[in-house]
Write a protein that binds this ligand. Sequence first.
Ligand code: SF4
Length: 254
Amino acid sequence: MALLPRHEAPGRPRPAKSSPTSSPSPAPDLVAKALAVHRRLCPVYGCPIPYFHDLDPVSELVSSLLSHRTRNADSGRAFKRLRALYPDWAALIAAPVPEIEAAIAGVTWPELKAPRIRDVLMAVEARAGTLDLDFLAGLNVAEARAWLEAIPGIGPKTSAAVLSFSRLRMPALPVDSHHHRVAQRLGLIGPRVDVGPAHVLLRAQLPEDWSAQDLYDNHEVLMLHGQRVCHHRNPACGACVLADICPSARTTSG
Ligand code: SF4
């Protein structure tokens, strides 16, 4: 992918444009079900849900890379250690990888994540001309995601997290493992659809003009439902407000 033109790099962010037009067209019954799920779960978990981060997008990128397959408390501690150790992300790039690895020892696979975080930050700096991703606010979501995902080590989950969770507050839909599991059990996506491809399918089932907050809420309520009710093992179907529209309710309960 070509470098972003420098005139589009840092500057006053423009409002995020609408979502991609190349999304697949979902079946009407899936659209209806996705909306029904959102409407039922929102009162349970309290939409609008407050954002848990207000980081700049580069910091959110680091946080997201740390969080893969890691408990929030552990990745949060590792992020704070990096922040305390390095005055800025350029200092992390210049640091020895073993030092970074030691600082993030509490996350899963620190030996892989330490060089990956450094390499991803180096790639951001090389492609954007600066260690700053605020310019993404001037792109539409599809463009911004494509820009990020052209960097090795950044997949759909990370790109969506950077756009949605950071102070960019762009209308992107992240899908984590809880969100993915609940969507699969509900039949919103097929049993063989992995987390990566699920992003575009689940986003396409929701209204194109939904705001960043709407999409954030959708992700959060499905994630929270996965954590609190639709557990990986022994989902609490008897206490689930979605049981009557869930094809997995009878076979996975108990
Ligand atoms: S009915 Fe059971 S399997 Fe379906 S979403 Fe609810 S808890 Fe999960």
